[in-house]
Every structure is written in structure tokens, then in C-alpha cells.
Ligand binder design. Sequence first.
Ligand code: FPP
Length: 240
Amino acid sequence: MGGDSSSGTNTDAPKRASSRARHVAIIMDGNGRWAKKRALPRAIGHQRGVEAVRRLVRGLEPMELDCLTLYAFSSENWKRSETEVDDLMNLMRKFIKSDLPDFVANDVQLNIIGDWRSLAPDIVEMLEDALEQTANGTRKLAVALNYGGQNEIARAAMKAAEQGSITTQSIADNLDTAGLPPLDLLIRTSGEIRLSNFLLWQAAYAEMLFVDTLWPDFKPEHLERALDDFAQRERRYGGR
Ligand code: FPP
């Protein structure tokens, strides 16, 4: 293996990630700009954004990812106009309804992270049903809904305190992502370079990739390229 000094060979080669990424998360940004460039309403940009999600989930199998996490609605997105929030919630309803049979058929296990239980009761009910129907799936799709990283950490710390010990492990064990593999790669589309309160704890040692592609244009090939890029990264986790 590159950089394995114990083997006595190849000591100058950098340590590559070498193993494939198991868990990739995406900040799906750029729906509005995609629509604006075409003089279309923002709602159409979001609709095309959902199509990009569907395309990606359907194209996942050959990529052998264990988990894909998508930032669909942040706890800050409530600040958008009522119409836009309604559009996003309606898209969520439609997406779950139309794609649930596909998840079940394709062994996808839906996970939801964030404070999703405070969404509209019909959405909560729909999500609970979807979680139940997909519980035995082996490929995880985590959707972040009403999600904020700082809030997730605060909730986890509170639960850890109630259990009697606040350590990095006890906090991690109480995060919404506790059942998911460690985050390997965080991608943001649309050229913006910031985390926007997404997976703050989990990103501690994740690799980051910022691409200019606007989310509705993102295709499985883009994810394949990102996975190739990840495999070339040198991961040191603070070591040498
Ligand atoms: C950012 O684009 C995107 C969002 C705030 C929402 C992401 C939502 C989707 C892709 C659709 C819903 C997803 C599912 C799973 C049903 P933006 O509006 O901030 O774009 P802009 O920065 O170009 O304005």
C-alpha cells in the first residue's frame, strides 16, 4: 500500500484514500440559479432538482455506496417565501409518494435526519410509513429535513447529558446520523464554498468537494467523478 512504512517499500508515496467512499453527502445548491438562467420560476428549478435526486438514487447501485445523504430542507429555509416553502413541501410529498415503491424494490433504506417530526402532520405520517416500509433496505438514503447541524449537536449533547456522560463518543452516539457510516465525502454544487450548517460534527474529517454544476444538472456521472477524486485524496486524520 502507498505510504505504508511498515512494509519497507514505497515510503515516499502519499497515503491515498484507496478505499472507496462509503458515505457521501451532498448540499444540493443552485436550483434557483438554474431556473433564473432560463427565465423560469424558482419552483421549476426545484422540480428539476427533484429529478436530479431521482436520477442519482436510481443510478446508485453500481457505485456501491453504502450511504447517500442529501440536504433537502434546512432549518433556515423557513425564511424563504411562503410560496417557496409550500412548493418544497409539496415536492417532498410527491417525491415520497412516487418514489417509495422504487426504494422498496431497489433495497433502499430511507433515513431522515433533522427535526422532521415538527413538519406538517401529513408529511410526518408519510415519512413514518416510508421509514417502516424501507427499514430492511441495505443501501441507505438519508434525507435532511428541517435540518440544522448546530441544533443536531445541541439535541445530541442534551440526550448525552440525560444519559449521564458528555463525551465525543456519547454525543456522536446521539446524533441523528448515529446509524449511518462515518461521512467520507461532502459535496456542494453551484460553486458556493460553505457548509451552511450541514453535518458540522460529521464533517470533522470528511473530504470536501465543491463543484460549479448547478444541482438540476448534476448527474450520476458527476458523482462517479467525485468518487474517483476522493480515491486520490490523501487522508491523514491529523496524523502524518
Ligand atoms: C438550494 O437551491 C436547494 C434547496 C434549498 C432545496 C433542495 C431541494 C431539492 C433539490 C428538491 C427537494 C428534494 C427532495 C429530496 C424532494 P437554491 O434554491 O438555494 O438555489 P439558488 O442558490 O440558486 O437560489
